[in-house]
Design a protein around this ligand. Structure first.
Ligand code: ADP
Ligand code: MG
Length: 299
């Protein structure tokens, strides 16, 4: 049965840069999901094929900290792609930041570590790659546009880590990284200009300098998110895109509020290292975090 017959529309949640997001009900079990509706009218054939390949990889990216992807459907008559995924009922981090700002309170450090650890676990999964054999079986042939391969694995880079793409569940505990892979296919060459819906606060310096994407670019953006969770504002801000680019490339930022730990400062600094070859990887950061959990007396 096509997806469209399996789900019932429960109404619009919001509009994103590429189309609408709707809440939908799966008739078989009355579970709520989300449908992202994207028009591919302005995409080239190559981009559409790349998007379809990317979805197959997304399906393999199953992880408790990654928004679950159910599948997609091509609505040819409307030139639309409908993507079905898990519904995250606790809002996203941009809403959490806004809530604390309005209350004039800081986000508790424990919650910030919780968010960091869970996003890192998601990135660890992606950056260490999806099993190539499984993916190639899915394709039945080699995909048109090959994602980067390392040691027989497809490395997946998110490329658009920002508070709006990190979701909370209403259990008050679980964090899910969303919009995986979509950024890569839906973006065109002119990234900085294209991010016009929001200011590109989280863009890594190497991407500004037109260097190829590397997994550690996600770590930079995660560092910006961590900073923003502490300071309730991004580390790099400016009135114009040009000055923002200069600030990001210089990589200097104000200190986070004094009540946060030294360990938090170290962690943010390790993510916000301008030279990508010096920056911490997801694997290294995860080791540091697990060290913290085993040694609660660390501070
Ligand atoms: P953008 O393209 O700007 O990132 P999105 O299309 O991702 O926007 O999202 C639009 C709106 O839908 C946002 O308010 C976002 O929080 C919400 N949203 C997106 N995906 C989900 C999801 N899986 N669960 C709940 N809300 C979601
Ligand atoms: Mg989004």
């Amino acid at each position: 049965m096509p997806f469209s017959d399996q789900f019932q529309d429960l109404g619009l949640i919001g509009r994103g840069s590429f189309g609408c997001v709707r809440k939908v009900l799966r008739k078989s079990d009355q579970k709520v999901y989300v449908r992202k509706e994207i028009s591919y009218l302005s995409m080239s054939m190559k981009e559409i094929r790349q998007l379809a390949s990317e979805f197959k990889i997304l399906r393999e990216l199953q992880h408790p900290n990654i928004v679950e992807y159910l599948g997609h459907e091509d609505i040819e008559k409307d030139s639309m792609l409908h993507i079905y995924m898990e519904y995250c009922d606790g809002g996203d981090l941009s809403k959490l930041i806004k809530k604390f700002k309005e209350k004039d309170e800081f986000i508790p450090e424990n919650l910030i570590w919780e968010i960091f650890t869970q996003v890192l676990l998601a990135l660890y999964k992606c950056h260490n790659g999806v099993d190539i054999e499984r993916v190639e079986n899915l394709f039945n042939s080699t995909p048109d546009v090959q994602p980067s391969k390392v040691d027989n694995l497809y490395v997946v880079i998110h490329r658009d880590i920002k508070p709006d793409n990190i979701f909370l569940l209403s259990d008050g505990y679980s964090i899910k990284l969303g919009d995986f892979g979509l950024a890569k296919c839906l973006r065109h060459e002119d990234d900085f200009a294209k991010t016009c819906v929001g200011t590109p606060y989280y863009m890594p310096p190497e991407v500004i300098m037109d260097k190829p994407y590397d997994p550690v670019c996600d770590i930079w953006s995660l560092g910006c998110v961590m900073y923003e969770l502490c300071s309730l504002r991004p580390p790099f801000m400016a009135k114009t895109h040009l000055t923002l680019q200069e600030k990001i490339k210089a990589g200097s930022f104000n200190d986070i509020p004094p009540h946060y730990s030294h360990r938090m400062r170290m962690c943010i600094s390790a993510c916000l290292i301008v030279d990508p070859s010096e920056r911490a990887s997801a694997n290294q950061l995860l080791q540091d975090v697990s060290f913290k959990f085993f040694r609660k007396d660390w501070e």
